[in-house]
Design a protein around this ligand. Structure first.
Ligand code: GH3
Ligand code: MG
Ligand code: MG
Ligand code: MG
Length: 320
């Protein structure tokens, strides 16, 4: 294995045996990729072997240059970075990757034989998650890594906003539905659910390009968010489909709200370099009805049926 590690130029030699290239999820267990940038061949061989007995796989870089290459190409889930490298210092490497690593929540753990207080403080101030000293105690080390991945998982679970549009995501849709239904059962407080689907969106993508399509999704979200009350909840349901919850609002009032948005949004002009175009949407509304047992699935089905009627009625309209 040492010889394989030293073959620093082979692109596939560093992937664990048995794992096909570019396939992280062959196994049902979670597979995290850990990139080790360290020139201590004995240590990295030992770490690789220990880590790969767990649901991790390890990429090795014995130089800074190689480490940077793997970092940009394979997007590891965690980085172990040595302070003393043959071509650059670990701190120099850190300066190059920390921005992207922070943005994508890739934990960086420094490993070093050096105990200097200044270096440690510098690394922490740049945003390093941990600083461990050689020799590495493998049991403590494995527990630490597990802990860092657990934090990352919790962070991912806490995300409720859709990245592209800024609308709440599907997870928050589900949570809001649950909350409003439970409020309704306790207090009989009504709410409306609106399902929204942009009209002929495939044609927008085909005509103006996917990026213009993305921009429409983002602008649409901003437009709706600026048009609703603070307690209303606007979510991206998936693709070019959205959902709007209006608490304490009956369907007839919700229809007025949505139709006002519909009129104003359809008048909005989108521009590419060459052309201007307009976008419309169709929607379907349902409300919780007093005295009936209400379920999430039933509400979505009702709103979806109404949406379908709007599409069939000629689009750019709202049906209850
Ligand atoms: P209809 O009026 O019947 O709804 O027609 P449509 O073309 O909007 O319906 P369809 O469901 O066939 O097409 C939806 C399109 O939305 C297809 C898909 O490529 C596109 N889409 C989904 N998500 C995104 C995205 O995030 N960005 C972009 N640009 N397009 C997306
Ligand atoms: Mg070193
Ligand atoms: Mg659709
Ligand atoms: Mg559509």
């Amino acid at each position: 294995p040492l010889l394989a590690l030293l073959n620093d130029n082979a692109s596939s030699a560093l992937k664990p045996s048995g794992l096909p290239d570019g396939n992280k999820t062959e196994d049902a267990r979670p597979q995290y990729e850990i990139l080790i940038i360290d020139d201590d061949v004995q240590l990295v061989a030992y770490l690789k072997e220990s880590l790969e007995k767990n649901p991790y796989y390890v990429s090795i870089a014995l130089s800074a240059e190689r480490g940077l290459k793997i970092f940009y190409e394979s997007k590891p889930d965690m980085i172990l970075l040595d302070i003393m490298l043959p071509d650059q210092s670990g701190i120099e490497v850190l300066n190059q990757i920390i921005g992207k690593a922070k943005k994508e929540r890739i934990p960086i753990i420094m490993i070093s034989a050096e105990h200097s207080k200044e270096v440690q403080m510098h690394a922490y101030s740049l945003g390093v998650m941990d600083f461990i000293k050689k020799p590495v105690d493998i049991d403590i080390f494995l527990t630490l890594i597990q802990n860092r991945f657990e934090l990352k998982r919790e962070w991912q679970e806490s995300i409720i906003v859709d990245e592209l549009t800024g609308a709440f995501n599907r997870k928050h849709f589900n949570q809001t539905m649950k909350q409003l239904l439970s409020d309704y059962r306790r207090t009989n407080r009504v709410f409306s659910l609106v399902l929204i689907d942009l009209d002929h969106f495939k044609a927008i993508n085909d005509t103006y390009g996917h990026l213009a399509g993305d921009e429409v999704l983002h602008s649409f979200t901003e437009f709706v968010q600026a048009s609703i009350r603070l307690e209303d909840v606007f979510c991206r349901y998936g693709g070019e489909e959205f959902a709007l919850f209006l608490p304490n609002t009956e369907a007839s009032s919700a229809k007025l709200v949505v139709e006002r948005i519909q009129r104003r949004f359809s008048a909005k002009e989108f521009r590419t370099k060459k052309q201007a175009f307009n976008v419309t949407f169709s929607s379907g509304i349902t409300e919780v009805k007093a005295g009936e047992e209400q379920h999430a699935v039933k509400l979505v089905e009702e709103a979806d049926k109404a949406l379908y009627a709007s599409k069939h009625g000629g689009r750019n309209q709202t049906t209850i």
